[in-house]
Design a protein. Structure first.
Ligand code: XBP
Ligand code: MG
Length: 261
């Protein structure tokens, strides 16, 4: 039975509810700034979220709405430029404090550190989005809380491919059985399970109806002592909210019954 040594967190939708009022708004501001009449409303963006990665999402949109543009010889450069503008707008939203951490995230991170658990990040988003979120939400030393930040284009295959979790495990020097992944989406769950990681899912507005088969627990968030979580699957946390004790319980459950010596 492996002891729980590290937590590997997804970012978008898990640490903060970044998609509807963050990334989506940044994409639309970049389109407008570029003189494009493209607009992703909440519903359309929810459909486009089936693809991870902002550049990949723009490409999916073009395939659906402007397939002719995909044949332009400079389309990859135009997508990269558009995504760069989007990232600039997203970072401005973060710096303005427009995207707070989800309830319970700061508390759980502090509890995990106090319990000696190592922290890592495995995300599809752009690395600068991660460092800016951590700095603006946790303060100047927020970045130091995480031993590993595996993000964005550092791997060629993004979620649901397991590559970003493999990278995080390799940099931690840990086996999957010594860790627990925290995710928010079916793509993220598939990526974590693909890397052999037991996974706890905290859903949000865009992901609550997705298929989370294989997760060790599915909840509507991390909760707080005065704001208990709703459990969709798995053993409810004894305290009513996600804490180190409940993470350790789920981690043990994921390993199955203790094997006879
Ligand atoms: C979510 C994603 C990212 C963001 C947009 O990442 O798929 O692509 O939607 O960020 P995760 P970029 O849930 O793995 O944190 O535009 O920088 O890709
Ligand atoms: Mg996510």
């Amino acid at each position: 039975m492996d002891k729980l040594s590290a937590l590997i967190f997804d970012v978008d939708g898990t640490l903060a509810d970044t998609e509807r009022d963050g990334h989506r708004v940044a994409f639309n501001r970049a389109f407008e700034e570029s003189g494009l009449d493209w607009y992703w409303d909440q519903a359309r963006y929810g459909e486009l979220l089936r693809v991870t990665g902002g550049k990949e999402r723009i490409r999916l949109y073009l395939a659906e709405a402007h397939p002719d543009l995909l044949r332009a010889p400079d389309i990859e450069a135009r997508i990269r430029a558009l995504h760069g503008a989007k990232t600039r707008h997203y970072l401005a939203l973060l710096e303005a404090g427009a995207i707070p951490l989800r309830p319970g995230v700061r508390r759980l991170l502090q509890e995990a550190r106090a319990a000696g658990l190592r922290l890592a990040i495995a995300t599809t988003t752009t690395p600068e989005n991660v460092t800016t979120l951590l700095r603006t939400a946790l303060g100047a030393d927020g970045l130091q809380w995480f031993e590993v930040i595996a993000a964005g284009d550092i791997v060629s295959a993004k979620k649901p491919a397991p590559d970003i979790f493999h990278l995080a495990l390799s940099e931690l020097g840990l086996a999957p059985a010594a860790c627990l992944a925290l995710e928010d989406s079916a793509n993220g769950l598939r990526a974590a399970l693909g890397a052999g990681l037991p996974t706890v899912v905290t859903t949000n507005g865009y992901t609550r109806d997705q298929d989370f088969s294989g997760a060790v627990a599915v909840l509507n968030g991390f909760g707080e002592p005065d704001a208990p979580v709703t459990v969709q699957a798995g053993t409810p946390p004894a305290s009513g909210h996600v804490d180190v004790a409940s993470l350790k319980t789920w981690h043990q459950e994921a390993q199955g019954p203790a094997r006879a010596p």
